[in-house]
Design a protein around this ligand. Structure first.
Ligand code: AMP
Ligand code: MN
Ligand code: MN
Length: 332
């Protein structure tokens, strides 16, 4: 039997209210929901005097578009995270392997008698850790962190609200997939002083000029397969290392948001090469097919409408594996 979110939150509150040393982790290649959630909770605990560090298992540098969220300098390099901290909080991270270089901290903390609290909204969450605040109906992990902060009686201020707003805006694709409660949460965050236009421009609407040429190359190579994905239609492209040389990860991650607008395809896939022969694949659905079920067959995970996996080899070969997984995926 599953425990209600209110009960999960009630069990997590005493851990967070009394902790003197808290380590908060986001998933690898952190996005605004993962890092914003970790920083918002971290800021609240830091305010009341706890020793707080926030980290992620790669890359080494914080993505440029997210640096403005770390107003108190809480982010530390992965190697500065203790081997077995007393309280480890993993945010927006569905499985241990998504912690990358910091994945070993989960078992070490548990074995040393410490606490591992998992705060997440992935359907594919594996329920690792000792305590959970996991709700796959939440639009973003940031929504769950806001509920935790309310239960902890933490007053919202602009730096905390900014972190949560960034996560909420990103995971709901600028509030397209936000329900009424998430809009009410967003209103509270705005009332706390968040400058939404400035924040959203920096977060998702600002790219160097070189991005335009990269886009033209990779969009020019996009292909449409109307019969693929059980007739739902698949549109796909790939971005090689050479295509994004000198550009940030932000430019590469933005491509799927253009590709997914293709009207003839219910599924969009973008193959991103960040290391030679290693493809990080972004999947998006318009709602006809559960892309998480395909990603999970390929060792990844995510949500029904947005999922991902990692694969190795030539793009043609990875594409063939994806086609096969989409043919077996759950129709919605
Ligand atoms: P992205 O395309 O990177 O924006 O990811 C879309 C969704 O899929 C996010 O919720 C990710 O957490 C999830 N996801 C992406 N890659 C993986 C992976 N390798 N394993 C599990 N989940 C993933
Ligand atoms: Mn995420
Ligand atoms: Mn998320």
């Amino acid at each position: 039997m599953s425990v209600s979110v209110d009960d999960q939150i009630a069990a997590a509150v005493p851990l967070l209210a009394t902790a003197e040393d808290v380590t908060l982790l986001a998933h690898v290649n952190p996005d605004a929901d993962a890092l914003g959630s970790a920083l918002a909770l971290g800021l609240a605990l830091h305010r009341r005097g706890a020793r707080v560090r926030v980290s992620f298992g790669g890359p080494e540098q914080t993505p440029e578009s997210l640096r403005g969220l770390d107003s108190a300098g809480l982010i530390v390099p992965a190697e500065a995270v203790p081997a077995a901290p007393p309280l480890l909080v993993a945010l927006d991270t569905g499985s241990v392997d998504r912690l990358g270089a910091l994945a070993d901290r989960v078992a070490a903390t548990t074995e040393a008698g410490g606490t591992v609290l998992v705060v997440d909204h992935h359907v594919s969450n594996t329920r690792y850790g000792t305590h959970h605040v996991v709700d796959d109906r939440a639009e973003a992990t940031a929504v769950l962190v806001l509920r935790l902060l309310d239960a902890l009686d933490v007053p919202l201020d602009e730096p905390i609200a900014r972190c949560l707003y960034a996560g909420l805006a990103t995971d709901t694709v600028s509030f397209r997939f936000a329900g009424p409660a998430a809009h009410r949460s967003a209103a509270r965050l705005l009332e706390s002083g968040v400058d939404a236009p400035a924040m959203l421009r920096q977060l998702m609407d600002s790219h160097p000029f070189g991005w335009l040429h990269m886009l033209s190359t990779v969009l020019g190579r996009a292909q449409l397969e109307p019969e693929a994905a059980q007739g739902v239609g698949l549109v796909h492209t790939h971005i090689r290392l050479a295509d994004h040389e000198g550009l940030r990860a932000e430019e590469v991650e933005s491509v799927v948001d253009v590709v997914r607008t293709t009207a003839e395809a219910g599924v969009a896939a973008v193959f991103k090469e960040f290391a030679q022969g290693e493809w990080t694949v972004s999947l998006r659905s318009t709602g006809a097919l559960d892309v998480r079920s395909a990603a999970q067959r390929l060792g990844g995970g995510g949500h029904r409408m947005a999922a991902g996996f990692t694969a190795y080899g030539e793009p043609g070969q990875v594409l063939a594996e994806l086609r096969a997984a989409l043919d077996q995926a759950t129709l919605l």
